[in-house]
Design a protein around this ligand. Sequence first.
Ligand code: ZN
Length: 133
Amino acid sequence: MSQIKIEFVTATIEMAKASTCSKRHAALVVRGNRVIGAGINIMKTHPGTGRRASYHAEFSALRRLKRDPSKPLEMPAKGAILYSFRNGFDKRSRPCSDCIQLAKEKGIKMIVFSYGSRDPEDWNMDFVFSERL
Ligand SMILES: [Zn+2]
């Protein structure tokens, strides 16, 4: 747990408030001590089918990564950590399999997410889990 920083956990949860989806979700990509990607989930209408679908926070964060200007040829998220959290009742924020696959392709080494209670009053770090990718 030593690499997990509480300030990035709380920043992700705070950012999720901006989502307009029923399950408000946000993701941060952190490399070293630097946020290189951020996203919230949003509802979009598919241009072909006309169906409404949620565009995942992790996907959005991983699609817009800031490069280190001193290492222009390196994968920007190589060795980075993906924080994935929800704001509100549901503390089960593990990224879906598609987002985990994309995270692996981008070089993310670890995902950090919540798992456990649905009670909004009892949030604490015991609900924070991590997995190496
Ligand atoms: Zn996803």
